[in-house]
Design a protein around this ligand. Sequence first.
Ligand SMILES: [Zn+2]
Ligand SMILES: [Zn+2]
Length: 127
Amino acid sequence: MGSSSGAVRRLATRLSEEDRAEARGLDPFERVTCRVHRRWLHQCVSSPVHVVAVTGYRWCRDCECPVDVAVDELNRTVRLHCPGCGRAPDSPATRQIVRTCRASLAAARGQRDGTTSTGQDEWCTSA
Ligand SMILES: [Zn+2]
Ligand SMILES: [Zn+2]
């Protein structure tokens, strides 16, 4: 159980870090851990709790229904799929989910995630 206790500690550390960061103004949707489930984001993002229709988070506006998320931990892929239209909504929220779930997958393995240093945030232009 040695390696798994390390993983548990890693999660606990990140949770408390992000709880504090959120209190200072971190966007809750930028977290890689979940305040509600106390787990890594990729482990519980498929829960109905994570659907936020107002912001379009895991929500297809065309079909007005929740979007499914499939996380493949081995291949580190994150796919969104609307059961209504069969597509992933082309929205900032979709890109954010993919990005934060990938960061969550990396963090769970003890790798420092690349959320701050990659060029993937070009769509995130909050003027
Ligand atoms: Zn959760
Ligand atoms: Zn749809």
